[in-house]
Design a protein around this ligand. Structure first.
Ligand code: F6P
Length: 360
């Protein structure tokens, strides 16, 4: 009987997920003659037994350039803390990890490839420790997964964010305004740093460097004194002032994290109080996650999907693929669980400071 593998996409989506699905299907069918089953809606769909999608080469032929994930994602569910409806209508959080693992066998899957961010990799690691035949593919626009130099989705996100800065620059210049752009990234400042430098921001506020608003306003005043009548300020959603807190616009529930947001407007208001110029704030939000993956993200996603399928052939359960330097490597999932953050004293921040960018 032909072997069958499953693939699911967990966490928030990221440009390139569909390219991973395509690469897995093509590699599995062409190199190993395996069938592939697409599990819908992440681990939620696995546990719930949501009807899966058989995927053949013809099903994935148009996927390379498509954003999102054709399998759907679920970025709150975990089989270790599943909300299960009780007979009286109330909800209870229960550990259904063993049932989730048995669903893999129920579907006659010889292995499961799991593409996701840090939360998904943590779940995959725990399931693998319980004996599940799982291999991971790291993804996130935030680029905050350790042990991989970069994740797919990140390049597309910084491209979108940089384009936004380029556009804000022209209108800022016309109106002599201070433009504040809030970007995603959760607790890591990678998107803000890379897009901020690529878009020539005058100030970049990131979670790794608590900011003093007076440093930012002083920089803007200095630019004004030199004759530059507009400024660009990038604020990572996870940035916070010295001695202050990050801002959440959605509070966390039942142990899940809330959603960061609001610091762009806070910074905008603080600057408006301090500087003789109009301030406008843009929150780029989910535009950073949507749309077609960049060629670089398609390339990385394709390499990851292919390599993950080869890992399945080698039965390297509990491992994920990663990019280190120019090569694809295999990393135990246990090593990928701590967050990769910007080094405040590292050469990237130093270079930006050398160019005159302030970090508050
Ligand atoms: O992790 C990716 C990400 O886009 C973060 O940058 C952001 O904080 C979060 O997801 C937003 O999550 P949601 O789509 O649930 O609002």
């Amino acid at each position: 009987m032909k072997k069958r593998i499953g693939i699911l996409t967990g966490g928030g989506d990221a440009p390139g997920l569909n390219a991973v699905i395509r690469a897995v299907v093509l590699t599995a069918t062409r190199c190993y003659d395996w069938d592939v089953l697409g599990i819908r809606n992440g681990f939620d769909g696995l546990y719930a037994g949501t009807p899966a999608i058989p995927l053949g080469a013809e099903d994935v032929s148009d996927l390379l350039a498509q954003g999102g994930t054709i399998l759907g994602a679920a970025n709150r569910g975990s089989p270790f803390a599943q909300r299960v409806r009780q007979p009286d209508g109330s909800e209870k959080v229960v550990d259904v990890s063993h049932e989730a693992i048995s669903r893999i066998a129920d579907r006659e899957l010889h292995a499961l490839i799991v593409a996701g961010g840090d939360g998904t990799m943590a779940i995959a690691h725990r399931l693998a420790c319980l004996g599940a035949p799982i291999v991971g593919v790291p993804k996130t626009i935030d680029n905050d997964i350790s042990e991989t130099d970069v994740t797919f989705g990140f390049n597309t996100a910084i491209q979108t964010a940089t384009e936004a800065l380029d556009k804000l620059r022209t209108t800022a210049e016309s109106h002599h305004r201070i433009m504040v752009l809030e970007l995603m990234g959760r607790h890591a400042g990678w998107i803000a740093l890379k897009a901020g430098v690529a878009g020539g921001a005058d100030a970049i506020l990131i979670p790794e460097i608590p900011f003093r608003i007076d440093v930012v306003s002083e920089k803007i005043r200095q630019l004004q004194a030199e004759g530059r009548r507009y400024s660009l300020v990038v604020v990572a959603e996870g940035a916070a002032p010295v001695g202050g807190d990050q801002m959440y616009y959605i509070e966390g529930r039942n142990g899940s994290e809330g959603r960061l947001g609001g610091m762009g407007h806070r910074v905008g208001n603080l600057l408006a109080d301090r500087i003789e110029a109009e301030v406008r704030v843009t929150v780029l939000g989910h535009l950073q996650r949507g749309g077609r993956p960049s060629p670089r993200d398609r390339w990385l996603a394709t390499r990851f999907g292919t390599a993950a399928t080869h890992l399945v052939a080698k039965q390297r359960w509990g491992h994920m693929v990663a990019l280190q330097g120019t090569g694809i490597v295999t990393i135990p999932l246990s090593r990928a669980l701590c967050m990769k953050r910007v080094d405040p004293c590292g050469d990237m921040v130093r270079m930006a400071r050398d160019l005159g960018t302030v970090f508050g």
